[in-house]
Design a protein around this ligand. Structure first.
Ligand code: ZN
Length: 289
């Protein structure tokens, strides 16, 4: 499942093709993904004024006071086919030697810069057209917590968000109301970096531990961003390259393998229906930090 670094990578890769560009041609081939998709004629001819990310949503602000919200879901990804510097009209574009459409190419956006195809075999993705003024209060966005990569996300903010929570820290970190975009991989990796046991009660973390953890979350996400996100199952870059962050995992998906720090075998357990990985020595519950 694409996580925050992959969505940020996608957003940055799409920007040259979308930001400031007019959607010359839009084809919507699936009337419904997780929710009904917008009709193509409502998007066609619109200019994309802004392209931003909030949590795992890509937001394309259009010039008709609407926003196209894109979520990659479980298996969504974009393929990008640049126009290679030619002048184009929609008629000319059809003659381009782009590969034939794939079975799960559900939406195709053509701008003067290229063709973007949204492919989603499992159809858990979202394409929604939302009036821009309603965006902050939209049910998908209204309860989202802070962005981990922004400066405003600090140990103090995390400490306050965890106060009174008795659930284990690992699934709590994955709660979008606490902090957005820390999915299963990055929760395990951040806790390893912070030397915190994944079962510690979230509300019992000290301010110092929260400061360390907030910094580790930033470091782990930034590292993933610089390596282009992880490639797991369905995720590929919009340009077709694979990410390499999975080569850097310390604990995730490494059950039974030796810890990179101490050599102890990495353990695996299920928390809130998700796999958690940790080192019982580096992340000892009794460890003093
Ligand atoms: Zn270890």
């Amino acid at each position: 499942m694409p996580e925050l670094p992959e969505v940020e990578t996608t957003c940055r890769a799409l920007a040259p093709y979308l930001q400031g560009q007019t959607l010359q041609h839009v084809a919507i081939r699936a009337p419904k993904l997780r929710q009904p998709t917008p009709a193509a004629h409502l998007l066609e001819g619109r200019q994309v004024l802004t392209l931003t990310r909030r949590a795992k949503y890509i937001l394309a602000g259009l010039d008709d006071a609407h926003t196209l919200l894109i979520h990659l879901g479980m298996s969504g990804r974009f393929s990008v086919f640049p126009h290679q510097g030619h002048a184009h009209t929609p008629t000319q574009l059809t003659k381009y030697p782009h590969p034939p459409l794939a079975k799960h190419d559900h939406a195709i956006f053509t701008t003067p810069k290229g063709e973007l195809r949204f492919n989603d075999p499992r159809r858990f993705g979202l394409l929604l057209r939302i009036p821009s003024p309603e965006l902050p209060n939209h049910p998908l966005l209204v309860n989202l917590g802070p962005e981990p990569l922004e400066e405003t996300f600090t140990g103090a903010v995390l400490h306050a968000a965890l106060r009174g929570r008795s659930a284990p820290i690992k699934p709590t970190l994955m709660d979008n109301r606490v902090v957005v975009g820390v999915g299963n991989i990055y929760a395990s990796e951040s806790l390893f970096a912070a030397k915190l046991h994944p079962s510690l009660p979230a509300g019992k973390l000290t301010k110092t531990q929260c400061t360390t953890l907030a910094q580790c979350i930033k470091d782990v996400l930034n590292k993933a961003l610089h390596t282009g996100g992880s490639t797991l199952r369905d995720f590929r870059h919009p340009t077709g390259e694979a990410g390499h962050f999975q080569d850097e995992f310390n604990v995730y998906d490494r059950a039974g393998e030796p810890c990179h720090i101490c050599g102890t075998k990495i353990l695996q357990a299920t928390q809130a229906q998700r796999s958690t990985f940790w080192c019982s020595v580096c992340q000892s519950k009794r460890r003093k930090t």
